[in-house]
Design a protein around this ligand. Sequence first.
Ligand code: SF4
Ligand code: SF4
Length: 209
Amino acid sequence: MRRQDATTTATGTVAIQTNMKPLTKTKALAKLKKMKTNYQRFVRDEYEHKAKDCLTCEVQGICCTDAHFVNVHITRLEAVAITKALEKLDRATLEIVYQRVSETIEKYDLNDSGDTLEKKFACPLFEKGTGCLVHKEGKPLPCITHACYENKEDLPPNTVQLKRESAVELLNTRTFGNAWNWLPLPVWIRKIATERTENTEGLKSGLKI
Ligand code: SF4
Ligand code: SF4
């Protein structure tokens, strides 16, 4: 699943904001959660009933694990939301997921510079038998948008995701200033998980990532 080509439009939207009111991380996370929940509901109600049923899919999960296809990008704020959601997993599972995140970065040579959208990877947040580990909380926008449609005209128009990407960008800017960007999901997860394991905010436990 590809992040739609929104960088230019969305970044432009943020660039023209002036006198932006700063947000605390806590408030920004609450706004992000509300926005994503509403977006998930909107896509489900307006579009998903026209798509193939994932429950009867003969290649269930390929949309998350196909390394020729997936290049999901997220922002710093979304990475914070995702790591907080992952920290609700039991310790052993979290260790495995973080190990998978690191292995994915090495295997697919993911980094935070150059044309990061060009690089594809199998998403480390897909768990066999469970599916997406952040389906209920923190799911990236392109993953919320994505479904398999037989008819092209049934797909949600690009604008529905672009609008939410602009909103996510604005939340990041209000919270972190310029200290964020769109990066491959595993790259941001490792950065934030490392920060959180190194300070008192997260799992001060020597958890390896
Ligand atoms: S999104 Fe498509 S490929 Fe993925 S599980 Fe659903 S039907 Fe299958
Ligand atoms: S975040 Fe979830 S839905 Fe998106 S690619 Fe990864 S496992 Fe799939």
